[in-house]
Design a protein around this ligand. Structure first.
Ligand code: SDX
Length: 438
């Protein structure tokens, strides 16, 4: 069996030829907007009896999507065709970026006003929802609480989405309440009173207010802090078929509601190899600082595979060049620390670590560069976000991407429930044995 993918002569049907036991099968080639091509194997099993095996899906497109484009070789990231550098440079707010990612274009003033109104109206939690926080242990991780609380939203109003208006309302509810849930989990963890949202504050400022105000002392964020957190959320808004977004699409494909699907996204994001890496990166930098370990020593440890040590915040399944988000975040960290007159030793360590790694063959050969998580944690530290809330901030930022992907699955008239195949490696046939003979 061999696979020939001849250069497809101009004008011929775009196909790949698969030869199985001497029989040739023509498999159609699908071409994306930017010219990337995929072999469509949707008829493979029916025509050859074969399935493909691609553990961790490194070579498999699970869907067609129009939301985000990444070119890993060039280090390009675009939301609905707009480069993230443009959004950052033009100061697009997270709310504006959320509309772009979810609905496909930047909002008009009227759309922006309607969305803001819905976000403000729906920022408070139902009283019954607030009672859950009394039951969570103070030590409960805020990602576990967010996962539970977003799903609990389905117990109140399972969003009946049968038109654009009901979808807009449900999306605004989720995007607004994820902020309130995050702040409430932080307050519960600290043993402080939960702070209600204010109608006069914008999205990010309201989150900071709910996190850092006290009943007798209102927190007023300086503009640089609000700008930095807006940028952080904007850069996290979507990232094509990453682990958590693929999870949301898988759950959405069973026709599960928006809240439940996004709650599953939170669960997947929590892993240290995914959204938990921003927290793991700062813990790594803090360890270097406290133990006085040099960047060179850590890199040597990482290169010794028996150590099992990975350079957190480095490497990426798709980027084989710099993650464009880390480039922007590195600059934003510098700007924020200067504006707040903070001298964070972890930034110096991160800069040295990046320099040592990028001049080391181990990283160069494997095309391992800083990813979104390498500098993001230092930015959150400067804002005053505690370590155990880092991945929660990532989840808030990624909510528009999850909502957009849920919508894309639900708007696909030919959509089917996702159900991958497998290669079975268990025993062929085993007889049942009574317990006394086992
Ligand atoms: C995010 O998918 C997305 O888009 C995710 C994300 C998003 O926005 O949703 O971008 C967010 O999750 C960013 C990634 C955050 N995770 C980390 O920073 C954790 C550290 N990084 C790695 O564990 C790793 O790079 C992954 C998980 C990110 C990617 O893993 P892959 O693609 O499966 O890479 P791999 O494990 O196959 O590694 C290939 C080689 C291996 O060496 P060899 O076997 O070839 O000798 O590179 C090595 C790996 O050992 N390697 C690393 C490394 N990452 C890969 N070695 C040391 N340190 C690392 N960080």
């Amino acid at each position: 069996m061999g696979t020939q993918t001849p250069e497809t002569p101009a004008g011929s049907a775009q196909t790949a030829t698969l030869v199985v036991d001497g029989v040739s099968h023509e498999l159609p080639l699908v071409t994306g907007t930017m010219g990337e091509q995929a072999i469509d194997i949707s008829r493979l099993r029916a025509t050859t009896g074969l399935v493909t095996l691609d553990e961790a899906f490194g070579n498999t497109a699970s869907c067609r999507s129009a939301i985000t484009y990444i070119d890993g070789e060039q280090g390009i990231l675009r939301y609905r065709g707009i480069p993230i550098e443009e959004l950052a440079r033009n100061g697009s707010s997270f709310v504006e970026t959320a509309w772009l990612v979810i609905f496909g274009q930047l909002p008009t003033q009227a759309e922006r006003d309607r969305f803001s109104e819905l976000l403000t109206e729906s920022s408070a939690l139902h009283n019954d929802m607030g009672k859950h926080f009394d039951a969570f242990p103070e030590s409960g991780h805020p990602m576990a609480i967010m996962n539970a609380m977003i799903n609990a939203m389905s117990t109140h109003t399972r969003p009946r989405i049968n038109d654009e208006e009901s979808f807009l309302v449900a999306a605004a509810h989720l995007l607004s309440k994820v902020r309130t849930i995050a702040a409430a989990s932080y307050k519960s963890h600290k043993g402080e009173p939960i702070i209600y949202p204010r109608r006069d504050l914008k999205y990010v400022e309201n989150l900071l207010h709910m996190m850092f105000s006290l009943p007798y002392d209102d927190y007023e964020p300086v503009p640089e802090v609000a700008r930095a957190l807006n940028l952080f959320f904007t850069l996290h808004a979507d990232h094509e078929q990453n682990c958590s977004t693929s999870t949301v699409r898988m759950v959405a494909s069973s026709d599960a509601n928006l809240y439940t699907a996004c709650s599953a996204g939170v669960a997947a994001l929590w892993g240290p190899l995914h959204g938990g890496a921003n927290m793991a990166t700062v813990q790594m930098l803090q360890r270097l600082h406290d133990e006085g370990t040099s960047a060179a020593d850590l890199v040597a440890q990482v290169k010794d595979r028996s150590s099992g040590v990975r350079l957190m915040g480095f490497g990426h399944r798709v980027y084989r060049n710099r993650d464009p988000r880390s480039v922007i975040l590195k600059e934003a960290v510098d700007d924020l620390l200067c504006a707040l007159d903070i001298d964070d030793p972890l930034l110096e360590i991160a800069l040295e670590l990046e320099d040592v790694a990028l001049h080391d063959d181990y990283f160069v050969e494997r095309k391992l560069y800083p990813n979104v998580d390498f500098y993001s944690g230092i930015l959150l530290r400067a804002i005053g976000i505690p370590l155990n809330m880092f991945t929660v901030m990532f989840a808030i930022g990624r909510m528009p991407g999850w909502i957009a992907n849920w919508r894309e699955v639900n708007m696909d008239p030919s959509g089917r429930i996702q159900r991958p195949r497998q290669v079975y490696t268990g025993p062929e046939l085993v007889e049942w044995v009574p317990r006394e003979l086992r």
